[in-house]
Design a protein around this ligand. Structure first.
Ligand code: PLP
Length: 393
């Protein structure tokens, strides 16, 4: 059975050109970038070339890019790094309630260590109000961290406005742009961003590699101490092959954003139209306009998303559930709760996330299958309901 992969917000397949860029460094060009001999210099050259490509994707200077082990480490480095470097200036961080756990759990960890955190609410579309950011700031605020694009519903946050407020007050501004790279335009200067996280595997690069952009002049403390690599910001021998792959992915991403995203948006819109027209009571989550072009989060009231995901999987369609089913109860995602989506609706949330590999035929098949699966489950749940049992399908 052919797989229709519609889970690109979870991870993406490695682009063949990315693999090609990586292979020499897994084979003969195995040098350590810190070594002075020819093999070392060749590895160093690859690392610096990749750094330039990453910088070009986000409008930064190469010297402002620090390679990390991915998005999680980049978020940790930004938040913990600022908290440590600025502890004499204050102890307050402003973030949002819909952040990825790599931000939320880091903030919660810091709360147990003397930091105060304000978690800003969102509206029903998942948008953070920049005025709420302004109001939350105190003379003790040392960092603002609000994600660029949300991974569950695709909402794009008003980052430029928040960046402007941060710049006015002279407070460092971090954004988790892991879901943005390769999908929407990013420019750290235009958007007044001081710290920005990216992860390669979300846009056709390898897993386990990412970057933190640190604007020149912003001081952070490293988390990893050792050989002093990455300008002493991230010690450890560089993951040369993955760095080369990330560089290639960034180069390809520039083209994708400019050329391919419109095709993906059209397929997404077609999918949205098809399922909205047929499934009664279906809710489309996220902002209607300010949303990632590849993302479609929908909620089907009174049906468990995990059952839909499992049934679609048997038809070769890979999607994600927006809630987790644990024995007899359903854990509702913090993002959907924050958007005020009722439990009954939120538990039936499915995320389709498209990519460059998808075709209009695949989308048609996914729409048809989704509709059929939901109709079957609705009938089943009505029978169950009349028997008075409520099972977590
Ligand atoms: C995937 C993701 C991360 C984590 O990145 P990893 O490289 O998998 O650690 C962080 N933030 C967002 C928004 C993500 O989607």
């Amino acid at each position: 059975m052919k797989t229709v992969y519609l889970d690109h917000c979870a991870t993406t397949p490695l682009h063949p050109d990315v693999l090609k860029a990586m292979l020499p460094f897994l084979r003969h060009s195995f040098g350590n970038p810190s070594s002075a001999h020819a093999l070392g210099r060749k590895a160093r050259e690859a690392v610096e070339k990749a750094r330039g490509k990453v910088a070009a994707l986000i409008g930064a200077n190469a010297a402002e890019i620090v390679f990390t082990s991915g998005g999680t480490e980049a978020n940790n480095l930004a938040i913990q790094g600022i908290a440590r470097a600025r502890k004499d200036r204050g102890n307050h961080i402003v973030t949002s309630i819909i952040e990825h756990h790599a931000v939320l759990k880091t903030c919660q960890y810091l709360e147990r260590n003397g930091i105060t955190v304000t978690y800003l609410p969102v509206d029903r579309h998942g948008i953070v109000n920049p005025e709420d950011v302004r109001k939350a700031l105190t003379d003790k605020t040392i960092l603002i961290s609000v994600m660029h694009t949300n991974n569950e519903v695709g909402t794009i946050e008003p980052i430029s406005e928040i960046g402007r407020i941060a710049a006015e007050r002279g407070i460092p501004f971090h954004t988790d742009a892991v879901q943005s790279a390769g999908k929407v335009h990013i420019d750290v200067k235009e958007m007044s961003i001081d710290l920005l996280s990216i992860s390669a595997h979300k846009f056709h690069g390898p897993k386990g590699i990412g970057i933190l952009y640190i604007r020149e002049g912003i001081k952070i403390d490293p988390i990893l101490h050792g050989g002093g690599q990455e300008g002493d910001m991230r010690s450890g021998t560089e993951n040369v092959a993955s760095i080369a792959g990330l560089g290639k992915a960034c180069e390809l991403a520039k083209e994708t954003v400019a050329v391919r995203m419109d095709e993906i948006r059209k397929m997404r819109d077609a999918l949205e139209e098809r399922v909205s027209a047929v499934v009664p009571g279906l809710v489309v989550n996220g902002h209607p306009l300010s949303r990632l072009p590849n993302c479609l989060s929908v909620s089907v009231p009174a049906i468990m998303a995990e059952t839909i995901v499992r049934d679609l999987d048997t038809r070769g369609i890979a999607v994600s559930a927006g809630s987790a089913c644990t024995s007899h109860s359903v854990e509702i995602s913090h993002v959907l709760s924050a958007m005020g989506i009722p439990r009954e609706t939120a538990q039936g949330t499915v995320r389709f996330s498209l990519g460059i590999i998808n075709t209009p035929d695949e989308i048609e098949y996914a729409a048809f299958s989704f509709i059929e699966v939901v109709e079957k489950l609705k009938t089943l749940s009505e029978i169950e309901g009349s028997l008075g049992s409520r099972r977590c399908y």
